[in-house]
Design a protein around this ligand. Structure first.
Ligand code: PEP
Ligand code: MG
Length: 590
């Protein structure tokens, strides 16, 4: 299936979801459009190139006309239709068309390059204008030029759910809204230019068990539609147009990896305890209801984090209270008698929802997200609180508030929960009056006052993804700072220890539901710090259980005592790596 005439390209990115896939590339246009590389033409080729440009213009016009027709049929507002008309006008603009043709002819360059050159000049021209209205039109021009570029490059913006053949998705960037639509079997894998390990897109890939590599920087420039690609989601290796012999090597690796996954099922029904009898509860993280089966199959003893914001994605309105109740009931009934921790809406940063006013923020990760958003949008919050309470009549539910940064916020959230309880009482609706309340510890300020927070709640759960983001000042979706994602950083270890100690002193359960919980080498130290509940994706459950059954709690505690005194993440890592083989080995290549 590989084309021997095509150049082999080896790339290394951030492997965020393990597994090996060999398949065909399929471009999905998302995020910024990177121009195809500069291409110098033979004088005989320019006419054909101009033709190609004209065809892309026509395709763009046809697409816009179809969108306009649909809007008219749906009786959408005149304002929207006017925007489409304005874009259609730009597509007929002589300056845009003639100048691009001139550049293709005179400079003998490919149409994509020529169009980008003309766009740059046009943008400069518009940006110099005094009239603010005209200046703003430059965004429309950029938008429409991007559409033409997409058509020139033969790439399509279409919903992932519409994918017809099993493919490896290539995109500059993917949003959690995209990953939430992925169907396993159709989306074999995905590869993106940007992204990092704890972005929600990466988290979804692990939940759905779709091998993925992000942060590849230039995959959209190096691969072409239909290319054969090997993806190794464990090491972050991507090979475009591999030779038959390399494909064969990876086929064998894939088989070993699959056998390793199957062998892990040996641990499914064994208790999760250390050799010296310390019991650790392994529970599941979930985003969408479809993930429950896999979590149950892998032996999850409950849900430690239900990310409810996915109920709000990929729709034009907000979910009703009854819709919430239906989803929560389904989860709680399936998991019974084990408990389900429902986290209230954690919207913002890389997750945006329709139907709610969200300002464009310069620094969204530190903006109006999660509990801050809910405390400002009480109606939205109350709808969810009432629904969680109503569902609690059907099984064991616990409620958890995200991104708590101080006691005030926590008390305000609890007061609204009390109000919701009173309303339901007045309406005569049943609910669990003793529903347990928890706070996520993911903002450093909350970790520092963990001793005060544990007095206000029944449990806490450390969200290491955000905790690392905020304490190490690394944007969790930014591939350029991904190298600073160091769970072994002494500051992170000390923060975790502070929270674990505060919980132990107050007799309050401390769990971890960030991605650290699902990695055996980190799980080892979490257990050593005294964490009793680890929440993770389905595949990690059996790997972590295998680790826990192979260690002594006393030994893990001793390891933790040593590592909190080490000055760098590297030294901690060396120390753990030296210890691990004696305790635990994870080899699926051998
Ligand atoms: C976290 O921040 O660690 C966490 C579990 O929540 P999320 O990844 O959804 O922000
Ligand atoms: Mg978080």
């Amino acid at each position: 299936m590989t084309d021997p005439k095509k150049q082999v390209v080896l790339m290394k990115g951030i492997g965020v979801s393990s597994g090996i896939v060999i398949g065909q590339a399929y471009f999905m246009e998302r995020g910024v459009v990177e121009p195809a590389q500069f291409c110098y033409l033979d004088s005989r080729e320019t006419e054909g190139e101009i033709e190609r440009f004209k065809n892309a213009l026509k395709e763009s016009r046809d697409q816009l006309s179809r969108i306009k027709k649909k809007m008219e049929d749906d009786q959408r507002g005149k304002e929207h239709i006017r925007i489409i008309d304005a874009h259609l006008m730009i597509l007929k603009d002589n300056m845009l068309i003639n100048d691009t043709i001139k550049v293709i002819k005179e400079d003998r360059v490919n149409a994509e390059w020529a169009l980008k050159t003309v766009l740059k000049d046009l943008m400069e021209y518009f940006n110099r204008m005094d009239d603010e209205y005209l200046r703003e039109r430059s965004t429309d021009i950029e938008h429409i030029v991007n559409r033409v570029l997409i058509n020139l490059m033969g790439r399509k913006h279409e919903p992932i759910a519409d994918l017809k053949t099993p493919s490896i998705i290539i995109a500059h960037d993917l949003a959690p809204t995209d990953t939430a639509q992925m169907v396993k079997g159709m989306v074999l894998s995905f590869l993106t230019d940007v992204g990092a390990r704890t972005s929600h897109t990466a988290i979804m890939a692990r939940s759905l068990e779709i091998p993925a590599v992000v942060g590849l920087e230039s995959i959209t420039r190096k691969a072409e539609n239909g290319d054969t690609i090997i993806v190794d989601g464990t090491t972050g290796t991507v090979i475009i147009n591999p030779s038959e012999s390399v494909v064969e090597v990876y086929r064998r690796r894939r088989e070993r990896y699959e056998n390793y996954g199957k062998a892990l099922f040996h641990y499914k029904d064994l208790p999760c305890e250390t050799k010296d009898g310390r019991r650790i509860r392994l529970v599941g993280n979930m985003e969408i209801v479809e993930e429950i089966d896999s979590l149950v199959e892998h032996g999850a003893e409950g849900i430690g984090l239900y990310r409810t914001e996915f109920l709000y994605l990929n729709r034009k309105d907000l979910p009703s209270e009854d819709e919430h109740v239906r989803a929560y009931k389904q989860v709680v009934k399936r998991m019974a008698p084990d408990p389900v921790i429902i986290r209230t809406l954690d919207i913002g940063a890389d997750k945006a929802i329709a139907g709610a006013e969200q300002a464009k923020e310069i620094n969204p990760a530190m903006g109006l997200r999660a509990i801050r958003f809910c405390l400002k949008n009480i109606d939205i919050f109350k709808t969810q609180l009432r629904a969680i309470l109503r569902a609690s009549a059907n099984g064991k539910i616990k409620i958890m508030f995200p991104m708590i940064s101080g006691i005030d916020e926590l008390r305000r959230a609890k007061a609204l929960l009390e109000e919701a309880k009173e309303e339901l009482c007045a309406e005569g609706r049943p609910f669990d009056r003793n529903i347990e309340i928890g706070a996520m510890i993911e903002v450093p300020s909350a970790a520092i006052i963990a001793d005060l927070i544990v007095k206000e709640v029944n449990f806490v759960s450390i969200g290491t993804n955000d905790l690392l983001q905020y304490s190490l000042a690394i944007d969790r979706v930014n591939e350029h700072v991904a190298y600073l994602y160091e769970p072994f950083h002494p500051a992170v270890l000390r923060i975790i220890k502070t929270v674990a100690d505060a919980g132990a002193k107050a007799g309050v359960t401390v769990g971890v539901c960030g991605e650290m919980a699902g990695e055996p080498e980190y799980a080892l130290i979490l257990v050593g710090f005294g964490i009793e509940q680890l929440s993770m994706n389905a595949f990690s459950i059996l790997r972590v259980k295998r680790l826990i059954r192979s260690i002594n709690y006393a030994e893990a505690k001793k390891i933790c005592k040593t590592i909190v005194g080490l000055p760098t993440a590297k030294e901690v890592e060396h120390y753990i790596n030296a210890k691990l083989p004696g305790l635990y080995r994870e080899e699926f290549w051998g």
